[in-house]
Design a protein around this ligand. Structure first.
Ligand code: PRP
Ligand code: MN
Ligand code: MG
Length: 179
């Protein structure tokens, strides 16, 4: 696609990461009641891959939130578009995200889910952009650290598109700076 500057993370590297995280999660939650919550929309591809590398029985649910909308900058306001319908009280919760950027989305989500009586709330994120952090978030299961570039693919969008790219790619600067 002509909006791609270059590939940042290959399919192979993503697969390796997912495999490693999946086996750690399977070990850590062995014998425990785990509810995995995928954060839509961005988290859907990573969760689909990760779920198939987890070898213990888990409940899966989704929450849909948005802080970026169509813009390339976070609005700072996290909107819950669709909540989970699983009762997480007395269960361990693992939130699965595509990327942690400012941390505002996950910070908000963790606080929200903690009010519902779970035994624990932890985070698994495919990508981490630590240079942009505004809110402190502890990521127990962290995938790949990336520089401060606008990335698309593997669930990540620009203005709603390009989530379906199989690799994580850097978006050409002129695509978003002209707008
Ligand atoms: C993106 C991304 C994360 C969040 C990370 O979602 O998928 O959920 O932003 O940014 P933060 O750490 O600065 O909060 P977005 O709000 O664009 O919604 P989407 O997943 O539907 O694209
Ligand atoms: Mn998202
Ligand atoms: Mg987005």
């Amino acid at each position: 696609m002509d909006v791609i500057e270059r590939v940042l993370i290959s399919k192979e590297e993503l697969d390796r990461q997912v495999e490693e995280l999946g086996s750690r999660i399977s070990k850590d939650y062995e014998g425990k009641e785990l509810v995995i919550i995928g954060v839509l929309k961005g988290g859907f591809i990573f969760l689909a891959d990760l779920a198939r590398k987890i070898t213990i029985p888990v409940d899966l649910d989704f929450i849909s939130v948005s802080s970026y909308g169509d813009s390339s900058k976070s609005s700072g306001v996290v909107k819950i578009i669709k909540d989970v319908d699983t009762n997480i009280s007395g269960k361990h919760v693992l939130i699965v995200e595509d990327i942690i950027d400012t941390g505002l989305t996950l910070n908000h989500l963790v606080e929200l889910l903690k009010t519902r009586g779970p035994l624990s709330v932890k985070i698994c994120a495919a990508l981490d952009k630590p240079s942009r952090r505004k809110a402190e978030v502890h990521v127990e299961y962290k995938g790949i650290e990336i520089p401060d570039e606008f990335v698309i693919g593997y669930g990540l969008d620009y203005a709603g598109k390009y989530r379906n790219l199989p690799e994580v790619c850097i978006l050409k600067k002129d695509v978003y700076s002209k707008k």
